[in-house]
Design a protein around this ligand. Structure first.
Ligand code: NAD
Length: 370
């Protein structure tokens, strides 16, 4: 049985609560003979700032870099609203993404049949939905320079961010999307705003050229980001893989999250390039949701997004697609049995706690009745 090193970063708020459930699932996978997971824990976000004065320490960065995969729960909260900008909780997340060169953010939006009524959209619009949003994560307007607030000296200030993409950045993220599409519905929708942005003109040009050169068998379509936002809520099942930049991807994937009913359901993966020597990729897996300070410490958090993030690690870091399918089936079985945390509760139903949900998924995984 293979052994993998998982570096766990529970972070703040509900982070430690949902991470505890992943530890249970990893242990169950060991008992089932899928793989042995060695786990080590570190600090990121507000808790790291409290301990070291930085959102992640150099020592924890080194451990993250050495791990086979990093699992992060969530960072942030009102307690750290006034810490210096460079040390704010999100800076830990951004450093992990940047230093590990995790340029591809994969966010699946899957609507489990048992949850179709928890979506704000009609059942027929979302039932059976299975789309993948591939967001560029290390470039674009969140990182482009100059990035500053200039005092104009006349009582006015000017805020500047820079949207910038080079050919290689667009090519490598598009390649991830085309590769994924070949294993799914074989269709990629590329999204930008070439009608008003030069970076969008280049994006479209590069994706089109790569498609022609390397992926002519995959269906490619282009949609402007604003139109795509509209189509996502009108008829999301028209999409298979969506590839877009950092800013549009941030917004569109949050829109997609509501299609599935709750933020508490959505995992994500952030991947870097394959290392030619080791054949491994740097990878960070995390739920899409934040630290949910409003429910932290109350046992109310839904651990499914976090557990699904381990599922994505099985699939994309360890080549254990069968085990990932088994974990997905265990989650679907528990939901079909009617068990719900508060965020996805149906009317009149009694919600279960974070740990009860985790236990039920472990039991389903191990073959017991949920
Ligand atoms: P949030 O995702 O933390 O919460 C939004 C709403 O969804 C809240 O009502 C919350 O209770 C609910 N929710 C979120 N996750 C849930 C879960 N697993 N189970 C049940 N309900 C859940 O977003 P927010 O309130 O905008 O931000 C709170 C803090 O989290 C802020 O400090 C923000 O900066 C931070 N944040 C961190 C990340 C991250 O770590 N990746 C992402 C988003 C926000």
């Amino acid at each position: 049985m293979a052994t993998y090193k998982l570096f766990l970063l529970p972070g703040d708020g509900i982070g430690p609560e949902v991470m505890a459930e992943v530890v249970k699932v990893a242990a169950a996978l060991g008992r089932l003979g899928v793989a042995h997971f060695e786990t080590e824990k570190g600090l990121v976000g507000g808790c790291a700032y409290d301990a070291h004065g930085a959102a992640i320490s150099d020592a924890d960065m080194a451990r993250a870099s050495a791990a086979d995969a990093v699992l992060l729960a969530a960072v942030g909260g009102p307690k750290w609203a006034d810490v210096p900008y460079e040390a704010r909780p999100e800076a830990g997340l951004l450093r992990l993404r940047k230093d590990l060169a995790l340029y591809a953010n994969l966010r699946p939006a899957i609507c489990y049949p048992a949850l179709a009524d928890a979506s704000s959209l009609k059942r027929e619009v979302v039932e059976g939905l299975d789309i993948m949003i591939v967001r560029e994560l290390t470039g674009g307007v969140y990182f482009g320079e100059p990035k500053q607030i200039i005092d104009l000296g006349n009582g006015q200030k000017r805020g500047v961010d820079t949207q910038v993409y080079d050919t290689f950045e667009i090519e490598r993220i598009a390649r991830v999307a085309f590769d994924l599409a070949r294993k799914r519905g074989n269709k990629v929708t590329s999204s930008e705003k070439h009608n008003v942005m030069k970076s969008g003109v280049l994006w479209k040009e590069v994706v089109t050229a790569l498609h022609k050169r390397e992926f002519p068998d995959v269906t490619l379509e282009h949609q402007l980001a604003d139109a795509l936002g509209m189509q996502l809520v009108r008829w999301p099942k028209q999409f298979d893989v969506i590839v877009t930049d950092n800013l549009f991807g941030d917004m569109l994937s949050d829109v997609a999250s509501m299609l599935t009913g709750s933020l508490g359901m959505l995992p994500s993966a952030s991947l870097g390039d394959l290392d030619a020597k080791t054949g491994k990729r740097k990878a960070l897996y995390e739920p899409v949701h934040g630290s949910a300070p409003d429910i932290a410490g109350k046992g109310l958090a839904n651990p499914i997004a976090m557990i699904g993030s381990l599922g994505m690690a099985l699939r994309y870091s360890f080549g254990l697609g069968d085990a990932a399918d088994r974990l997905d089936a265990a989650i679907a079985q528990v939901l079909a049995s009617g068990l719900r945390t508060a965020d996805i509760r149906s009317e009149g139903g009694k919600p279960v706690s974070t740990s009860q949900m985790g236990d039920a998924i472990v039991a389903a995984l191990e073959g017991a009745k949920a």
